[in-house]
Design a protein around this ligand. Sequence first.
Ligand code: ADP
Ligand code: MG
Length: 238
Amino acid sequence: MATLQLKQIAKRFDDTEVLKGIDLVVNDREFVVFVGPSGCGKSTLLRIIAGLESASSGDLLVDGQRINDVGPADRGLAMVFQSYALYPHMTVEDNMGFSLRLAKVPKGERRAKVREAARILQLEPLLDRKPKALSGGQRQRVAIGRAIVRNPSIFLFDEPLSNLDAALRVQMRIELARLHEELDATMIYVTHDQIEAMTMADKIVVLQAGVVEQIGSPMELYHHPCNRFVAGFIGSPK
Ligand code: ADP
Ligand code: MG
């Protein structure tokens, strides 16, 4: 179980404050989507949660424990990026098991975890292939598989589907929803795509210029936007 709490998280780069006191609770097993225009601070916030960037001020808590000073590898989180960054010379199986190898997980256990992730992602027939012999959607599934094998309590996705074509994006949204069910995991998903936010989220966090404009379910935001920005952003198609 993992509940994540953000208290007044702020971030400045030089003189620019890109996050201005973010308060947020992500409950266990929730699918939370951060949505907002390009440059509003979504990736920075996700990187702070992942521990890849430190907050300038504010606290991060997992199950009530402050994790600001816990290293990224020890936070029980796994991040999936937009660029899959698979190792081209390694097979799918080795790509998926790489972090376990670094963590010195024994070969048999590694293999079992990779096989299980491959089953969940329907990648079993492709385990011996190299990334160049995969489609874009298959590569993205391998990148998700690398996260699954680590058995994280919280998954962080940064625009994982934005390199895929429209049809594949629709299919991957369905797969991610299924994954959320099957893994019983907490997921935080960043996108600038309103449709993704509306169709995937239990809870949407609308960001603009480093500020949370509104937090609510898709229906709450749609029917009761708190201001014109949210109304325009959620209401208007891309
Ligand atoms: P989003 O993911 O919502 O598009 P980002 O979190 O990537 O937005 O960026 C938010 C703001 O912070 C942008 O203005 C961006 O230029 C700035 N920014 C992000 N990373 C850095 C950095 N390492 N150094 C300086 N400015 C940065
Ligand atoms: Mg971003």
